[in-house]
Design a protein around this ligand. Structure first.
Ligand code: FDA
Length: 307
């Protein structure tokens, strides 16, 4: 019940101002956001590597309103990749990007987002790593998949995300389960209407299993993005049935969520990648994490009241 309300608030400027200024917010934000600066996130990359974990790094931000902001987002990723290169941390650290942050919703946004993301993908490839295009709300996905296809002509290892709550995704998965593709499957984190998406949790989970089966039996590289213990166990079983070795798929989870599980899967020999978000424009990312688990909202409310 609360989830859709919080997701609606995630697009409100008034709420953004209120939440950002509330005392106690920072304490809760810190659970999900790895820091505000490149130096802070580099420390997390090193700590993760020491624990046998890989990362995918997200410079938080989305829904920008000017081409200058889109260029700044591109430059923030280029700066990050430059630091990783200088420190020899290229492998094991991938990038995740939201095309809305690269200008996708502005005038001529498709071309602008492609022009801004390409140098990031090039720079990542030059240090031996890659970029995954996050999936945002359903109105952006045709453009995202077209940009993904375009980038893959020169950088075939570029990944993308698909969301099991959308009716379209089973067909997208069949198309994407081709040789060399890298596809992260998640349940989906946006407020979507019943005309395009399952609303019932059990339906979303069943679709997740069907889609994962397609990916596992396909020729690409499936990335299982979930904290759900049932889906993780099913993912392991589907990989076994498809005859995949441990390095032919991976698990992915978000920084700050079920951290013990990150370590358990890595200790079992699985490739475990932690989606590590950092930066100052954390509001949209943070609100989606609150919406996923009402207990987070209670924790947040308590920390605001007791400050
Ligand atoms: P579910 O929500 O059922 O959670 C299972 C269990 O995990 C919960 O019972 C709880 O213990 C724990 N948990 C989950 N979320 C939590 C939270 N916020 N706080 C505390 N505990 C929590 N979405 C999208 O639309 N586009 C994208 O590009 C991505 N990218 C992405 C990358 C990665 C690596 C992950 C793991 C997830 C995403 N997502 C995403 C988010 C995804 O769509 C989904 O909203 C969350 O992963 C929550 O769904 P689960 O599969 O974890 O199951």
């Amino acid at each position: 019940m609360l989830g859709p309300v919080i997701l609606a608030a995630s697009r409100s400027d008034k709420m953004r101002r209120f939440v950002s200024a509330a005392p106690g917010t920072k304490q809760v934000v810190d659970r999900f956001i790895a820091g505000e600066t490149v130096d802070q996130v580099i420390k997390i990359v090193r700590d993760s590597a020491d624990k046998g974990l890989e990362v995918t790094l997200d410079v938080v931000g989305e829904d920008i309103t000017t081409p200058e902001q889109a260029a700044a987002a591109r430059d923030a990723y280029l700066e990050l990749i430059g630091h990783l290169a200088d420190l020899g941390l290229g492998t094991g650290a991938e990038m995740s990007v939201k095309l809305s942050m690269f200008g996708q919703s502005l005038q001529d946004g498709h071309e602008l987002a492609l022009a801004n993301v390409r140098p990031v993908v090039e720079a990542a490839a030059a240090i031996g790593t890659t970029v995954t295009l996050d999936a945002e709300d359903h109105t952006t996905l045709d453009s995202m998949f077209a940009i993904h296809e375009e980038l893959r002509k020169d950088f075939p290892q570029t990944g993308c995300v698909i969301q099991s709550y959308l009716f379209r995704t089973e067909e997208d998965a069949r198309r994407l389960a081709a040789a060399g593709s890298r596809v992260r499957l998640v349940k989906g984190a946006y407020k979507e209407p019943a005309s395009v998406a399952y609303q019932d949790k059990a339906e979303i989970d069943k679709a997740y299993v069907r889609i994962l089966k397609t990916l596992m039996h396909g020729e690409g590289y499936p990335m299982i993005g979930s904290h759900d213990p049932r889906l993780i166990a099913i993912g392991q079983e589907l990989a076994r049935q498809a005859g995949r070795k441990l390095d032919e798929y991976e698990f992915q989870m978000l920084y700050g969520i079920r951290s013990d599980e990150h370590l358990r899967l890595a200790a079992e020999g699985h490739r475990m990648r932690v989606y590590t978000a950092y930066g100052t424009d954390w509001y949209g990312y943070f609100m989606r994490r609150l919406a996923e688990k009402p207990a987070n909202l209670l924790f947040f409310a308590r920390s605001v009241v007791t400050k």
